[in-house]
Design a protein around this ligand. Sequence first.
Ligand SMILES: O=C1O[C@H](COP(=O)(O)O)[C@@H](O)[C@H](O)[C@H]1O
Length: 256
Amino acid sequence: MSVPTPPVVYSFSDTSKLSDSLAEYILKAQRESIDKRGRFTVAISGGSLPKTLTALISKSGVKWDKWHVFYVDERVVPLDHEDSNHKLAQEALYSKVPIPPGNIHTIDETLLDDLEELSDAYEKELIREFAQKDSARFPVFDLILLGIGPDGHTASLFPGHELLLEHDRWVAPIEDSPKPPPRRVTFTYPVINHATRVAFVATGEGKAQILPNILDTPELGLPAARVRPVAHGQLVWFVDDAASAEVKLQKSEFKL
Ligand SMILES: O=C1O[C@H](COP(=O)(O)O)[C@@H](O)[C@H](O)[C@H]1O
């Protein structure tokens, strides 16, 4: 079995430097995607991630009208609930930039009581966006932005959970998330691993213990370490020094 290439890890002394470089990275991805396909498809995580996108707001050259945004995972709560990943993104980003509301793909709030149907409906939303355009077995996002939890989960893929072995569905329901709220929907690995670019963002000392288990000992098989883009997909990590203090893997100087 071939050994996967280690990811590129960029470490920054503080979160504002990280946020600025992440914005430059996203802008480059956006330019290349629009040049090739006339749109930019991006999936974002919730939790602490949306706040790291704020440096984008003041950058020139962002073509917000070409952005098509999905959620890597979503908590099954109303969209204005404080646990909603959409609400976090709304507050940190969309309320400040002109992304056409029709390009922001949320879960269907009318299906909150039926988790399976909600999950299937979100998958259909992905099919509508990608299937006719790219005719691929899985959607190919231009960029997927991931966070990690202190247990090594990413998206709503948790350690030891059966969803780690899901190979067919694009979106899957989970009703026993160990992190509240328990009911969620999540992208599966095939979707995450088919993206052109996958960028993890991890900040703060709360992530310091788990990061070496993901980056230095991927064979432990923690959910975040199972993210391995197929073909020519790119995997990068944006971390701050507090989060990466114990990581042995060599860090790279950020350059585009
Ligand atoms: O529950 C979730 O947790 C992870 C990590 O969140 P963080 O606040 O520790 O950064 C997040 O990436 C995911 O989208 C979210 O649903």
